[in-house]
Design a protein around this ligand. Structure first.
Ligand code: GDP
Ligand code: MG
Length: 160
């Protein structure tokens, strides 16, 4: 469809972003996706699902012992999620900045959490916190065939 651009190798970083059940309920999916599109990131995976306890216990494996974990599990299984994979240069770090602090009270205005949420137990969105974490989470939520390798025609307008 369009030429493969030089330098494309450096922009293949991927991250997992999920709109949590509160974000879906509050019809924020479109606005959240729009922020990643307008920033210039490329959507390479997208699905809506109700997550199982088992999947979430793997996703949040480092939080199992936290006192809030039972609440978190109840929240995350309370309705469907919209799970996405976004690709681009530095996408893991940049999307954490776009999502804002875990606690909405600390999240700056202009971030997803800073614009759309108040309380840490309903903070609208998930974003992977490291490149290694992103790879692990993407494998957990998506099979390879459901991730799209495609070249965006505006690549040279987004990257040098
Ligand atoms: P994140 O990477 O910014 O989402 O934060 P963490 O990985 O530390 O925690 C995962 C999720 O657990 C957060 O997004 C919150 O929904 C929830 N969470 C984290 N810390 C707390 C807490 O102290 N209290 C409650 N109720 N929920 C928390
Ligand atoms: Mg986290």
């Amino acid at each position: 469809l369009c030429a493969v651009f030089p330098g494309i190798a450096g922009v293949r970083e991927r991250t997992l972003i999920a709109v949590k059940p509160d974000g879906v309920q509050r019809r924020l999916v479109g606005q959240i996706m729009q922020r990643f599109e307008q920033r210039g990131f490329k959507l390479v995976g997208l699905k809506m699902l109700k997550a199982s306890d088992d999947l979430l216990s793997q996703h949040y494996r480092d939080l199992q012992k936290k006192p809030f974990y039972p609440n978190l599990l109840r929240y995350m299984t309370s309705g469907p999620l919209v799970v996405m994979v976004w690709e681009g240069h530095n996408v893991v770090r940049t999307s954490r900045l776009m999502v804002g602090d875990t606690n909405p009270a600390e999240a700056h205005p202009g971030t997803v959490r800073g614009d759309f949420s108040i309380h840490i137990s309903r903070n609208v969105v998930h974003a992977s916190d490291s490149v290694e974490g992103a790879q692990r989470e993407i494998q957990l939520w998506f099979s390879r065939k459901d991730l799209m390798d495609w070249d965006s025609c505006d690549h040279s307008s987004t990257y040098q």
